[in-house]
Design a protein around this ligand. Sequence first.
Ligand code: SF4
Ligand code: SF4
Ligand code: SF4
Length: 294
Amino acid sequence: MEELKKLAKELLENKTVAAVIGYQQVDDKRTKPIIVTTPEDASKLVFNEYCLNNLAVYLTKARIKNLAKQNGTTLKLGIVAKPCDIHAIVALIQESQLKREDVYIIGMNCHGVVKDYGMDFSGETLATKCTPCDSHKPLYSDSNLGEVKDTPKVSDEVLEKIQAVEKMSHKERFEYFKKEFDKCIKCYACRAACPLCYCQRCITDKTVPRWVESSPHSRGNFSWNVVRAFHLSGRCIGCGECERACPMDIPLSLLNRRMTETAKQAFAYVSGRSLDTPTLVGSYDVKDSDELFM
Ligand code: SF4
Ligand code: SF4
Ligand code: SF4
């Protein structure tokens, strides 16, 4: 933690970055995002198992991007990032939403975070995204900080649920998701928390024509959740922030993770893992599998 505060202070002092997007402690088992713009405030930064937010979501926000513009020049934006958050940064660069040279990644080694604030960190309270995680050290960073510790070993809850859903008949599966989506109140917290949901105008906000009904009822809810899952397929980096933000506890990870597995099996592609690879949806190869469409 001291290394993090020291580095952020130096980066702000020598004007390598205009701001550092990081975490601030709220109480002993909760943090919140903070944008640090002065060297003095760098002492507020922390990193621990309560740093749940994927801060990459802020990198595409106009208000944050404007912070980088100072006296006619553009400085970098610093960001404290867990390895999974770095996958989102890489995906944003792959999708031309960000330039690698415009961001200073303070990559943190990570052994996992809790499911929710207020919990003691243990195998039982480990966030479900951390169970299958295979990147506890940053794939890309400008500085790499933090201890490397073992992640608690627990069963993969999301995979088990996916397998259970796959055993259902088509009708049962449809009813299962319909029941879950019926709970949706169209608050769009899932969209707001997602680093890859950066469209200036979401399809669900378009009214001429209206593609997705905005009131929360069965038909519109189903369209919204399925459309969002499709828009994120082959792009989702699996940070779990949409599900964590959902006030109705809709199991959005089931869809996102299943789509990710499909992209992996059909195209050997996982979003946000390589700066040298074109995006899956933005590239075409005659050798691509077309089994999906059969
Ligand atoms: S998914 Fe991996 S990198 Fe992300 S919080 Fe969990 S253990 Fe850390
Ligand atoms: S869809 Fe959900 S899990 Fe995937 S990148 Fe967006 S917030 Fe993260
Ligand atoms: S966060 Fe949950 S309730 Fe809100 S729009 Fe998304 S799926 Fe629906």
